[in-house]
Design a protein around this ligand. Structure first.
Ligand code: GDP
Ligand code: MG
Length: 681
C-alpha cells in the first residue's frame, strides 16, 4: 500500500530533524531560518509499521519535507510551494509539527491546515524542553479541542517518533479528515459561512476545499479568487460581505482573520497548556541576547567573532593543515611523475597528466582544509542560533539603506555559494527587493573565491593573511551596501518590505549535524575539483600547448590562449595586471572561480616543479595582487550563478547585473590599485 505524507511546520520547529528520524536520511539541519528551500522526499522506515493495525499490510510511506512557513498566504515562495503540495500534490495525510515551547504561534498554521480537509496528525515537538522547564501540555484535551490526533515527541531524541509514524499511517489509510472546523465567531463567522454558500460549486469545480477557499476569500487571496472563476455578480456580493465584516469589526480583512484565529488559540491553550516558567533555553537565550544583540555592542562583537574565526582559519589551524595537505599532493605528483618517466609514456600525454590535470586539480585541492576549517566555524555560528541574531541586528541597518533585512539571509548563504543564495532570494516578497538582492549577492566572497585569496595572500602578504582576508570579506559587504544604495536611488526605487525574523533559542550545535554539514562541503568541493576544475585544466593545457594551426608550440607565448589573453590584457593594464596569463585566468574563472588558481598553476608550469607562489611574486607587484583579488571578489559570477540569475530575474536583468558587477569590479580595483601604489606597495 502506497501513501504520501507531507511534513509541514514553522521554521525551526524541527521538521528536518524529524524527517531524518523517520526516513533515516541525512538532510542538513540548521538552527537558522530558511535552510530548507525546496521540498525533499524520502521513505519512512518500514520498521515503524509493525503494530496490530498493520498486520497483513505492507506500507510504503513517502514523506515530503516542505519549507518552513507560518501561514498559508500566497506571499512567499515557501508558502506557495506548500499550498501547491496541499492542493495538487495528492497527499494522503499531513504531519503538522509544532514547536511545543512556542505552541500558540505554531497553532496558527495548524488552524489553516485543518481547513484543507486532509487527514492530519499534530506532532508536538521539543517536549523535552517543555518537560525540563517543569511545564506540561494536556495532550488529550488538546486532541479533543482540535479534533485531530496529537502526539508528543522529541525529534532530536527520537522519542515518540514511531508512535507518530503509526498514527500518521493510520490517519492516511482511514482517510479521517479533521473534524472540528468551526472555530470562528461573530462577524468573521458570518462572512466565512455566507461566502461558503456563495462559492460552494465553484470550489468543488476548482478542486479546492470549501472552507479553505472561503477563508482565503475573506482574507483577499488573489490566486484563490482567480482559481474560483466567480462571475461579476458573485464578486460584487463577495465584496459586500467583506465590507460588512470590516465595518462591523473596524479592522481590515486580514487582521480580522488573524484576530479570530489567535482568539481561538488563546481559548484552547488556556486550559491545555500549563506553563509555570519559560524553558531553560528561553531564559538562557534572553540573557545571551542582552549582550549579543546589544544596541551598540552587537556589531563590534560580530566583527570580533569574525576576526577571531579568520585568524584561526588563515593564521593558525587552516594554514598549517593546508601546508601539510599540499606537501602530500606534491609528493603524489612527484611519485606519479617518476612512474610515468619510468614507464616511458609519450611525453605529450605525460605533460597533459602532470602539467595539466595534476597541476590544476592539485592547486585547488590544496585549499580544501582551509575551506573546511572556515565552514566548520561558520557552521557553529549557524547551528547555535547566533547567525539569526546577526540577521536581526542587520535588519535595522539594512532598512536604513533601503534593503529588506530579509536580504541578509541570502547574503549569508552567499558566503557559501551564490547559486543557493540567489535561489534563496525568492523568499523576498517584493520583486524590487529580490532584484536588488540578486544584483548585489555576487559581491559576497563565495567559498570558490577563497582559494584565489588564499593563494595570493600567502604569496604576497604572508604576515597579514588574516587581515587581508577580513578586508576582502568585509570589503565585499561594503561594496554590496554601497551598490544597493546607488541602485535604490536610480533604477530600483521603492520601499523595502519590513520583515519579521524568527529568533530561535540558542542551542548547542550537535556534533552529528556539524559533521554532516562539513561532509557535504567536502564532497561538494571534491566534486568540483574533479569535474569542472579538471576539465578546465585539460582545456587550458591544450590551448597553451597548441597554436591556432594546432601545432605544438615551443613556448606558451605563441599558443592560442596567449593570443586571446594578449588581446584582452590592455583592459586590465590600468589595474596593474596586464599580463596575458592573468587575464586568461579571469576568463576561465567564469567556469568556477577556483579555476583562476588552477589556470595560473597550468600557465606558470607548476607541474614541472615551479613554485606557484614565487612565480607569482616575480610577475606582479603586491599592489597589483591586491587589485587582482578585489577584481576577483567583485566581477561577474560563474556560469552556474549566471544561469540561476537568469532564471530568477530574466535574461535582460541578468545581463544588466553582469555588466554592473564587472563594471564595479573594474572601478573598485582601479581605485584600490592606485591607493596601494600611492602608499608604496
Ligand atoms: P526545521 O527548520 O524545521 O527543519 O528545523 P530543524 O530540524 O533544522 O531543527 C531546528 C533546531 O531544533 C535544531 O537545532 C535541532 O537540533 C533542534 N531540535 C529539533 N528537534 C528537537 C527536539 O525535540 N528537542 C530539542 N531540544 N531540540 C530539537
Ligand atoms: Mg529544515
Amino acid at each position: 500500500m502506497k501513501i504520501r505524507i507531507g511534513l509541514i511546520g514553522n521554521q525551526n520547529s524541527g521538521k528536518t530533524t524529524l524527517f531524518n528520524q523517520l526516513t533515516g536520511s541525512n538532510q542538513h539541519v540548521g538552527n537558522f531560518p530558511g535552510v530548507t528551500v525546496e521540498g525533499k522526499t524520502g521513505f519512512i522506515k518500514p520498521g515503524f509499521f509493525k503494530g496490530e493495525e498493520f498486520s497483513g499490510l505492507s506500507i510504503e510511506a513517502e514523506l515530503v519535507d516542505l519549507p518552513g512557513i507560518y501561514s498559508l498566504s500566497p506571499y512567499t515562495s515557501e508558502e506557495i510551494v506548500t499550498r501547491d503540495f496541499l492542493t495538487a500534490g495528492h497527499p494522503d495525510a499531513v504531519i503538522n509539527i509544532l514547536d511545543a515551547t512556542n505552541i500558540e504561534r505554531n497553532l496558527y498554521l495548524t488552524l489553516q491546515l485543518m481547513e484543507m480537509q486532509i487527514p492530519m496528525v499534530v506532532a508536538l515537538n521539543m517536549m523535552d524542553e517543555v518537560r525540563n522547564a517543569g511545564n506540561s501540555i494536556d495532550v488529550q484535551a488538546l486532541e479533543k479541542e482540535l479534533g485531530i490526533d496529537v502526539v508528543p515527541i522529541s525529534a532530536s531524541k527520537g522519542e515518540g517518533v514511531s508512535e507518530l509514524a503509526q498514527r500518521a499511517a493510520v490517519a492516511a489509510t482511514r482517510r479521517k479528515k479533521p473534524g472540528n472546523l468551526d472555530f470562528c465567531e461573530g462577524p468573521v463567522h458570518q462572512a466565512i459561512h455566507s461566502i461558503a454558500h456563495l462559492i460552494d460549486d465553484h470550489a468543488a469545480a476548482a478542486g479546492l476545499p470549501l472552507r479553505f477557499a472561503a477563508t482565503k476569500l475573506v482574507e483577499g487571496d488573489k490566486p484563490v479568487l482567480d482559481r474560483l472563476r466567480l462571475n461579476e455578480n458573485e464578486q460584487d456580493i463577495l465584496g459586500h460581505i467583506v465590507n460588512e465584516m470590516e465595518s462591523a469589526l473596524d479592522t481590515d480583512r486580514e487582521a480580522a482573520l488573524a484576530d479570530m484565529r489567535y482568539a481561538y488559540i488563546a481559548r484552547i491553550t488556556k486550559d491545555t497548556v500549563h506553563r509555570h516558567s519559560r524553558t531553560k533555553e528561553q531564559i538562557r537565550s534572553v540573557k545571551i541576547d542582552n549582550i549579543l544583540t546589544h544596541r551598540i555592542f552587537a556589531i563590534p562583537i560580530f566583527l570580533g567573532i569574525m576576526a577571531l574565526i579568520f585568524y584561526l582559519t588563515f593564521g593558525l589551524v587552516g594554514a598549517a593543515l593546508s601546508d601539510w595537505f599540499s606537501m602530500g599532493i606534491d609528493w603524489i605528483t612527484g611519485a606519479v611523475d617518476r612512474a610515468l618517466y619510468a614507464y616511458g609514456l609519450n611525453p605529450l600525454v605525460h605533460s597533459l597528466i602532470i602539467n595539466g590535470i595534476f597541476a590544476g586539480v592539485g592547486s585547488v585541492l590544496s585549499f580544501m582544509p582551509t575551506i573546511l576549517v572556515l565552514f566548520f566555524f561558520l557552521a557553529i555560528l549557524e547551528d547555535s542560533g547566533y547567525m539569526a541574531r546577526v540577521a536581526f541586528v542587520m535588519d535595522t541597518l539594512l532598512r536604513h539603506i533601503g534593503l529588506s533585512g530579509k536580504s541578509f539571509v541570502p547574503m549569508l548563504i552567499g558566503f557559501g555559494c551564490s547559486v543557493p543564495a540567489i535561489m534563496a532570494s525568492r523568499t523576498l516578497s517584493s520583486r524590487r527587493d529580490k532584484k536588488l538582492t540578486v544584483f548585489i549577492l555576487p559581491f559576497m566572497s563565495c567559498s570558490a573565491k577563497l582559494p584565489v585569496y588564499a593563494l595570493f595572500t600567502a604569496a604576497f602578504f604572508p604576515e597579514n593573511a588574516a587581515a587581508v582576508m577580513i578586508m576582502l570579506y568585509i570589503g565585499g559587504m561594503i561594496v554590496a551596501v554601497l551598490a544597493a544604495l546607488l541602485l535604490r536611488n536610480t533604477i530600483f526605487r521603492g520601499k523595502p518590505v519590513p520583515f519579521v525574523l524568527e529568533l530561535p533559542a540558542y542551542r548547542l550545535p550537535s556534533f552529528a549535524s556539524m559533521a554532516l554539514n562539513i561532509g557535504e562541503k567536502a564532497r561538494d568541493f571534491l566534486t568540483r575539483a574533479f569535474t569542472v576544475i579538471c576539465a578546465a585544466s585539460v582545456v587550458i593545457w591544450f590551448l597553451t600547448t597548441l597554436d591556432i594551426r594546432l601545432n605544438i608550440v615551443s613556448s606558451p607565448e605563441n599558443s592560442m590562449l596567449a593570443s586571446v589573453g594578449t588581446f584582452l590584457s590592455p583592459v586590465f593594464k590600468p589595474l596593474g595586471f596586464g599580463d596575458w596569463r592573468i587575464s586568461t585566468a579571469l576568463i576561465t574563472g567564469l567556469t568556477a572561480k577556483e579555476a583562476v588558481v588552477s589556470t595560473l598553476a597550468v600557465l606558470m608550469g607548476t607541474g614541472t616543479g615551479v613554485d606557484l607562489q614565487s612565480a607569482l611574486t616575480a610577475f606582479i607587484s603586491p599592489a597589483a595582487a591586491l587589485s587582482f583579488m578585489v577584481f576577483v571578489l567583485l566581477y561577474m559570477p560563474c556560469v552556474a550563478a549566471l544561469a540561476v540569475t537568469r532564471r530568477e530575474i530574466g535574461r535582460r536583468n541578468a545581463a544588466a547585473a553582469m555588466l554592473f558587477q564587472t563594471g564595479t569590479a573594474w572601478v573598485v580595483a582601479y581605485v584600490v590599485y592606485h591607493i596601494a601604489c600611492a602608499v608604496g606597495m
